[in-house]
Design a binder for this molecule. Structure first.
Ligand code: CDP
Length: 223
């Protein structure tokens, strides 16, 4: 089973994807981490964030070890990730890595859940289930601030502006912009606690599984 979870920053994709992975015994791949790992290396080496060729060379060297650093979660790294994510050749390279990781599925995993911005549209257009998670910019900014307070980080005063700016860049880039796939289930989490959001997401997938197994049993088939 392949599940694609897309959506903007702070919508709850990561927590929802982890909950789905745990509930359905799936491998979890956070594709944003690859953009963040590349951005982190670029910032550390003082690289020009618009220089596509050099960024692609670094992207080719990324390994799973590069995805472990706690610094990747910094807001500054997320913003730099969104800047380099507009570059088509960088996206191509990271999509190649993502597809490779998603094919390395061994027991006890029964499939994979990937979260990102373009999973349902570009990386895995044939995913079995596509969920597009949203929430209002204000709710997402509040969640990000609460997350910072919880993890002992200094809350940033302009979080709402940063969220809006990142949405704008992710939605308007020419290559793989952040848009729901036509066959995605839209899931607005603005009014839900994260626990409720996870439960609903599990219910969406369980419903898909039950409809699908009914289809397989039915002589006519439903597909
Ligand atoms: O955790 P958050 O939603 O803030 O961000 P992330 O998923 O870690 O992704 C960081 C940035 O990488 C995003 O703002 C996107 O610009 C970019 N990204 C992307 O373009 N495509 C993906 N599949 C994943 C991330």
């Amino acid at each position: 089973m392949i599940i694609a979870v897309d959506g903007p920053a702070g919508a709850g994709k990561g927590t929802i994807s982890r909950a789905l992975a745990q509930h359905f015994s799936l491998k979890y791949i956070d594709t944003g981490l690859m953009y963040r790992a590349l951005a982190y290396k670029a910032l550390a080496e003082g690289m020009d964030l618009t220089h596509e060729d050099s960024l692609v060379s670094v992207a080719k060297t990324l390994t799973t070890n590069d995805l472990q650093l706690p610094e990747l979660r910094m807001e500054e790294v997320g913003n730099a990730a969104s800047k380099i994510a507009v570059l088509p050749a960088v996206r191509e390279q990271i999509t190649l890595h993502t597809r490779r990781f998603s094919q390395e599925i061994v027991l006890p995993y029964r499939g994979v859940v990937l979260d990102g911005r373009d999973i349902g549209t570009v990386v895995c257009p044939d995913a079995d289930i596509k969920i597009f998670v949203t929430a209002t910019p204000m709710v997402r900014a509040e969640r990000r601030l609460a997350e910072m307070v919880r993890s002992g980080k200094q809350p940033q005063p302009n979080m709402l502006e940063q969220i809006i700016e990142r949405d704008q860049r992710d939605q308007t880039r020419t290559t793989s912009p952040l848009v729901p796939a036509v066959d995605a289930t839209l899931f607005d989490t603005s009014e839900l606690t994260i626990q409720e959001a996870c439960q609903r997401a599990v219910a969406i997938v369980a419903e898909y599984q039950s409809v699908n197994s009914e289809c397989l049993k039915s002589a006519n088939g439903c597909r």
